[in-house]
Ligand binder design. Sequence first.
Ligand code: ZN
Length: 239
Amino acid sequence: MLVLVFAALADLADLALPQRCLGCATRGPRLCETCLTPVPARRMPRPAPADLPECWSAADYTGTVREAIVAYKERGQTTLARPLATALAFTACHALASTAVGPVGPVALAVVPVPSAPRALRSRGHDPVGRLAALAVRQLAAFGHRAELWPALGQARQVGDQAGLSATQRAANLAASLRVTPAAKARPAAAVLLVDDIVTTGSTLAEATRTLRVHGVDVLLAVTVAATRRRSCNPLRSH
Ligand SMILES: [Zn+2]
């Protein structure tokens, strides 16, 4: 409850203050379209862990995009959620339209946010990825997809800080760290889309994919707002 109150107050504070773009300081949205122009691409970590699905992102995790994600996630600047979620949904649409993934045209989607640790939720005072996923569902509907939020994953145990760990260490740190939630019992008749804010080694997305597979659910693709540069890149040239 306290988390919800904090998030609501943060939203009100954001609305009350005059806004300038975090990137270029232009008056208007907190992140203008120039400073966050999505470039949907299949950005896979290299090496990609086993079980990582097709992984698409809107941008590299650098510059203004990185600054915006950190401000949103760690400093509670929740007005950044909307532009970040729009970039996420836009990227998902491009990924779904790509021949690499398969389906073309509107599809039914179950959007699964990668869960944050309860400790992180408490310290941040909000659920950054959950909020992005909920907003992305609305945006996907606006783009013509039938999407629903499906919070099917939760944390099974506390994990150590991932920062500074190698890909192998991250995978070991995350092993069996996730569980399916009671919400997962109502299995959607829809393609499953995993969403997260950033992808680094892909360990978290791979663990989420494995956890859902054990539950009998296959992930179609993963989409993040940004990807670190430690990966291979196959930009979408036709859009
Ligand atoms: Zn700007």
